[in-house]
Design a protein around this ligand. Structure first.
Ligand code: ACO
Length: 327
């Protein structure tokens, strides 16, 4: 038993940052960034994450023809919430006036939207009528702009979908490997506690030293994980759905690196022409990548009703997930 997407929406900030702008801060070039990642520019938000989430949610509700009062549950996926507490979902619930909705956040890093789809499906089949799933990320908040190997990769944005239950099939495959947790992380700045000698989490848990509050990534290890996990997730989700990957109308992958997408596609023998890619313009906005790409492709007419889609993501954890469903 599956889900039906009633409406999609997204928000990308106005401020466009071209690759060239990074040459002012780090030793890099437009040529290197395009060649190694496929990214030409990204959007950066001058404001709070919840503003983007609220904007994307409003557009998804509008396209579904629904009011915030029609929503029973708001699920937000984010690794860049404005507050450690309360949840981003509660802030959005209050801002849009979704008085009837419960609200909670999910952290499954860049695979958050895919995990969110499956969690929404479970709640819907447990009796909730409509779920608003929002993935909203302000990666600029945790990007270390002195680290050239990561800072060029990320952007900000939000995507959202309104979901109800459907009797159409849905299949998902997920995995987690916490032994890779130290390859991709951002830890909180340490608090000074008067009663204890504050120990660095880096020295006590085997994670490498990294600037607190910013993202650390062992790019090559994450790359290797990604090019294995992405095809695995697609194959497993398609097998549960009862189709070969070739039968998919569209693949919507996490937009981390065009080379990861191309390598995963070639392992699957899946054509790039049926793969939704906006990485050149949008860069990596973690869990927001997939719903932004989905919304853009719905609005420009590439994705149409009745088509079979596979959303696939991977990220910090390390985690991965793939979901196959009908649009
Ligand atoms: N400009 C110029 N040179 C650079 C830059 C840059 N921006 N960044 C790194 N380099 C240099 C390195 O220092 C290195 O130099 P050296 O050989 O003198 O040591 C050289 O380029 C090659 O570095 P590699 O790390 O081998 O480059 P690679 O081709 O592997 O690309 C990249 C690096 C793009 C980070 C790649 O490993 C990658 O995409 N990894 C996965 C990223 C990812 O998927 N992240 C997703 C999860 S994160 C999230 O979603 C929140």
């Amino acid at each position: 038993m599956g889900i039906r997407i009633l409406g999609t929406g997204s928000f990308v900030p106005d401020r466009v940052v071209e690759n060239e702008e990074f040459t002012r801060y780090v030793d890099t070039s437009d040529e290197w960034i395009v060649k190694h990642s496929g990214i030409s520019r990204r959007r950066i938000h001058d404001g709070a994450n919840f503003e983007m989430a609220v904007a994307a949610a409003g557009r998804a509700l509008e396209s579904a023809g629904l009011s915030p009062l029609d929503i029973d549950l708001i699920l937000c996926t984010t690794v860049t919430s404005d507050y450690a507490s309360p949840s981003l979902a509660c802030i959005v619930q209050g801002r849009i006036g979704a008085e009837n909705a419960l609200a909670l956040d999910i952290n499954a890093a860049c695979a958050g939207f895919v995990f969110g789809l499956d969690m929404a499906r479970l709640y819907l089949h447990d009796g909730m009528r409509r779920v608003l799933l929002i993935s909203s990320e302000k990666l600029s908040q945790i990007t270390n702009y002195a680290d050239r190997s990561t800072c060029v990769l990320f952007g900000d944005g939000a995507g959202a979908v309104v979901l109800e239950k459907s009797d159409r099939p849905f299949a998902a495959a997920f995995g987690a490997d916490g032994t890779g947790a130290h390859t991709l992380f951002a830890r909180f700045p340490e608090n000074e506690v008067p009663f204890v000698r504050t120990r660095s989490t880096a020295s006590c848990d085997g994670f490498p030293e990294a600037k607190p509050g910013t993202l650390y990534m062992d790019g090559q290890k994450v790359y290797k994980f990604a090019v294995t996990a992405m095809p695995k997730a697609v194959r497993e989700a398609c097998a549960k759905y009862g189709i070969e990957p070739a039968a998919l109308d569209w693949l919507i992958p996490h937009q981390a690196n065009i080379r990861i997408i191309q390598t995963a596609n070639s392992a699957l023998k899946f054509p790039m022409e049926k793969t939704i890619c906006n990485i050149a313009e949008r860069a990596n906005s973690s869990s927001a990548c997939i719903p932004i790409a989905l919304d853009e492709a719905v609005r420009d007419g590439r994705i149409r009703r009745g088509q079979t889609l596979c959303a696939v993501g991977f990220g910090a954890g390390l985690v991965y997930g793939g979901a196959v469903f009908e649009y």
